[in-house]
Design a protein around this ligand. Structure first.
Ligand code: NAD
Length: 483
């Protein structure tokens, strides 16, 4: 069992209050992973005091050195990959294949941002007379990073990587569901040579996150999590500090009339039930006209029934445990809500007892048909393996239904018709548009972020013109040689 700690002012320490919380293996809740500090405002204040003092020194570090540190942290993660894969499966519940993917993507992210350390240039502008008119890009200041549990290495690496690359100190608050992965990432950064004063790790739940967001010295807050918490944080940060929010989704797949139903079903099942349905870009709705609705539904149900459910560490498992008892409860509640609202449950929706994994949070994927736009299984993010089929009268109506959601993270269409594909890409109110691909999965070197309630509108993550903007201030200098 691990006795986890906060990393504050260069030392591994318990919470000021001495309080802890326990994290258990969701596939076998009798298996205790460890205890971790239940931090609060005092811990955050001490952490930010230390970062504040050290910020000028870290900002003055050469870009080459910062890049080398991130490179070296990436190598640290790679050298521990077997251990990390095992721990990630045990802590979060995902399958070994899913954990392997995440553990390989995280160092790649750090390398990607390492390269940005030396690239964030300013510009010169035409000016009158002898004036030299140029911009300088400076670190924004202390960055607060609050992250979810479903990609507990990968998502933080997309925040800590760019923040540190350009010289910002970071106070990092991982999810209380995956504290060990948060600690492992910080350990790798320190082993890679990150100065101890440039990072703080504050473990805990909502109160720790609220304290990070509430500290006025945190100049920029980057958050990934639910829309509910994101909205709270947006209100808390106020207009004078910077905030980036990546939030929920209700991601549709539209099946056009020319689609191959087998291929459509394969792509839908991958997007809906990968990561046990716990992906922000996971497919939660399928929209089809009468031409293919029944054929696709039948194939999706057959594939969903065939998914092997069990502990993520086992070799023959397609779907691991849900992350915790709350996730299990939410899934079960929405299966009941869907049935009560009058949708037809075609398969799954029940819990599964797996031999050798007593009490694990295992469920069978739920597929509903006859889902209507007003139903909560169509409007709410369930964040579990629950899929709702909706019928449309035409392609136009299917696209309208796909867009009829408060979210706008990812949307897919299955079609071989280029005109239909282009029309969908043009009219989709979604930050990611997938054509003949699952709603899940994305390249690290392309912009990522949603429309509507899925993201703040200002900054994109991962790549693109605004990726590094969030972590930098820009100053315009007018320089004349003499007064
Ligand atoms: P969550 O919102 O419950 O928690 C996210 C983080 O916020 C955690 O670290 C949590 O401790 C913290 N937190 C909770 N209450 C807080 C408060 N009042 N003040 C400050 N911090 C607080 O989300 P979750 O259950 O960890 O993750 C699932 C959600 O994350 C889903 O909605 C999913 O769609 C979303 N998500 C989005 C993306 C994306 O890129 N858009 C990626 C992954 C997950």
């Amino acid at each position: 069992m691990i006795e986890g700690a906060n990393f504050i002012d260069g030392s591994w320490v318990p919470a000021v209050s001495g309080q802890t919380f326990t994290r258990r293996n969701p596939a076998d809740p009798a298996d205790v992973i460890g205890t971790f500090p239940a931090s609060g405002p005092d811990d955050v204040r001490i952490a930010v005091d230390a970062l504040d003092k050290a910020a000028p020194e870290w900002a003055a570090t050469s870009p080459e050195r910062r890049a080398a540190i991130l490179e070296s942290a990436a190598m640290q993660l790679e050298s521990r990959s077997a251990q990390l894969i095992g721990e990630l499966v045990r802590e979060e519940g995902k399958t070994t294949a899913e954990a392997t993917m995440e553990v390989s993507r995280t160092p790649a992210n750090l390398r990607f941002y390492a390269a940005e350390a030396t690239r964030c240039a300013g510009a010169t502008y035409p000016a009158a007379g002898e004036t030299l008119l140029y911009t300088i890009r400076e670190p924004v200041g202390i960055v607060g990073a609050i992250t979810p549990w479903n990609f507990p290495l990968n998502i933080p690496s997309r925040k800590l990587g760019p923040a540190l690359a350009v010289g910002n100190p970071v106070v990092f608050k991982p999810s209380e569901v995956t504290p060990l992965m948060g600690q492992r990432l910080v350990e790798a950064l320190l082993a890679g040579g990150l100065p101890a004063q440039a990072i703080a790790l504050v473990q805990g739940a909502g109160p720790a996150g609220a304290a990070v967001a509430g500290d006025e010295r945190v100049a920029a807050l980057t958050f990934t999590g639910s829309t509910r918490v994101g909205r709270l944080l947006h209100g808390q940060v106020g207009p004078h500090r910077r905030v980036q929010l990546e939030m929920g989704g209700k991601n549709p797949v539209v099946v056009a009339d020319d689609a191959d139903p087998d291929r459509a079903a394969a792509l839908i099942v991958k997007g809906a039930f990968g990561l046990s349905g716990q992906a922000c870009t996971g497919t939660s709705r399928v929209i089809a006209t009468a031409a293919l609705h029944d054929a696709v539904l039948e194939r999706v149900v057959a594939r969903a029934r065939a998914l092997r459910v069990g502990p993520g560490a086992a070799a023959d498992v397609d779907m691991g445990a849900l992350a915790n008892a709350e996730q299990l409860q939410k899934f079960t509640d929405y299966v009941r809500i869907g049935t009560d609202e009058g949708a037809t449950l075609c398969c799954g929706g029940d819990t599964v007892t797996v031999a050798g994994s007593p009490g694990g949070f295992f469920v069978r994927s739920a597929v509903f048909s006859d889902a209507e736009p007003h139903m909560r299984i169509v409007t709410d993010e369930v964040f579990g393996p629950l899929l709702a089929f909706q019928r449309a009268g035409s392609l136009d109506e299917a696209i309208d239904l796909a867009n009829a959601t408060e979210f706008g993270l990812s949307a897919a269409i299955v079609t071989g018709d280029l005109a239909v594909a282009q029309r969908f890409a043009r009219t989709s109110r979604s930050g990611l548009v997938k054509i003949n691909q699952p709603t899940t999965g994305m390249a690290m070197n392309a912009p990522f972020g949603g429309y509507k309630s899925s993201s703040t509108a200002t900054f994109k993550e991962q790549a693109g013109a605004s990726m590094m903007e969030f972590y930098l201030n820009e100053k315009t200098v007018y320089l004349n040689p003499v007064a």
